[in-house]
Design a protein around this ligand. Structure first.
Ligand code: AMP
Length: 279
């Protein structure tokens, strides 16, 4: 079995040994409830680094909604079983007190790219992400860190933070892993009822249609309004946002001469799903 470390001291000791031998260290930060999307990041890390650490930490600071935090799936034993065949070197799964001991008083806050979309809808979310990711980089001393494009805005926030703070870690963004029907894999998908699960792929399908319409020359209002109507007609209760953005800055844009991204958040059966695609 893979060793599961609980303390920063134990993690530091093992990393010190690797570094002394000149080995490169990769980290895959997760909140557990692992699925094939997470495992694809682990595989990328295995291919790119001598040693791989998977962190499992349901970070209370990035949840703006206490019931979402309480309901977040926690499946550590199953997670360890999924990681075993991939020959991960260690799993770091600390308790909240280990990460945020008494007196903890520092917040890493990224402006600009963290402000719109998830940043405005989930107050404090990206402060929580930036703070914990900075801490995980300090704890693991990773040379490379692997993040999913599934959380596109998060990936841009982490890239901005690493550049701004001169953190000595290379950020690798990995493709979104999807179910065969197009639904982006997510730990929250287990909360979908059978009927909501059937409806859920309509989000990705609607997004692809909007992207194709824009590329075909439709005005963005038309492309977005039609897609939103299809997504709602399929059974989604709400579409929080469906928006074309510059892929790097996340400013509103329909400039097809630059990398463009379509990002969405929508509710189905009481579960909030997010997704994004290249346009
Ligand atoms: P989470 O456990 O949801 O915080 O996700 C941990 C990491 O896995 C993040 O970098 C996510 O972007 C990434 N991830 C989550 N779902 C997917 C997916 N379907 N495909 C690729 N990466 C993913």
């Amino acid at each position: 079995m893979i060793p599961i470390l609980r303390t920063v001291a134990d993690l530091r000791a093992i990393v010190r040994g690797w570094k002394a031998q000149g080995q490169t260290v990769g980290v895959v930060p997760t909140m557990g409830a692992l699925h094939d999307g997470h495992l694809s990041l682990v595989q990328a890390a295995k291919a790119g680094c001598d040693r791989v650490i998977v962190t499992i930490f349901v970070n209370p600071k990035q949840f703006n909604n206490p019931s979402d935090l309480a309901k977040y799936p926690r499946t550590e034993e199953a997670d360890a079983a999924l990681l075993a065949p991939l020959q991960v070197d260690t799993v770091f799964s600390p308790n909240p007190d280990e990460v945020y001991p008494k007196g903890f008083a520092t917040t890493v806050s990224v402006a600009g790219v963290a402000a719109p979309l998830e940043g405005s809808l989930r107050q404090g979310h990206f402060d929580g992400v930036a703070t914990v990711v900075t801490k995980l980089f300090g704890m693991t001393r990773a040379d490379r860190a692997y993040f999913g494009q599934k959380d596109w805005q998060q990936l841009q926030v982490v890239r901005r933070m690493v550049a701004d703070l001169n953190l000595p870690v290379e950020i690798i963004g990995c493709e979104t892993f999807r179910e065969t029907d197009g639904l982006a894999m997510s730990s929250r998908n287990v909360r979908l009822t059978a009927s909501a699960r059937q409806i859920a792929p309509a989000l990705h399908a609607g997004m692809r249609a909007a992207s194709a319409a824009l590329r075909a020359g439709a005005p963005q209002e038309v492309a977005l309004t039609q897609a939103e109507a299809t997504i709602r007609a399929a059974g989604f209760e709400d579409v929080e946002y469906l928006t074309f953005r510059d892929a790097d800055t996340l400013d509103t844009s329909t400039d097809l001469s630059r990398p463009l991204r379509l990002l969405a958040a929508a509710w189905i059966g009481g579960v909030r799903l997010i997704d994004n695609i290249a346009v």
